[in-house]
Design a protein. Structure first.
Length: 63
């Protein structure tokens, strides 16, 4: 009688460990969700500046 109870408890323990290990490994193998940062649209003017240093030299001189 005690042997039968021991085998049943041992079987329950093994099944619990198997199911717990499987669940743990499955949860660890899942990739974390990707969270993107978003911003609200803004109305603004576009300003485009060009800075040129140096000299302007013509290709041909007209005399």
């Amino acid at each position: 009688m005690i042997k039968k109870i021991f085998y049943i408890l041992f079987g329950i323990l093994i099944m619990t460990l198997f199911v717990g290990t499987t669940g743990y490994l499955y949860s660890k193998s899942q990739a974390p969700p990707v969270i993107f940062e978003t911003e609200s649209p803004v109305i603004a003017d576009i300003q485009n500046f060009t800075i040129a240093s140096g000299m302007i030299i013509p290709r041909k001189f007209v005399l």
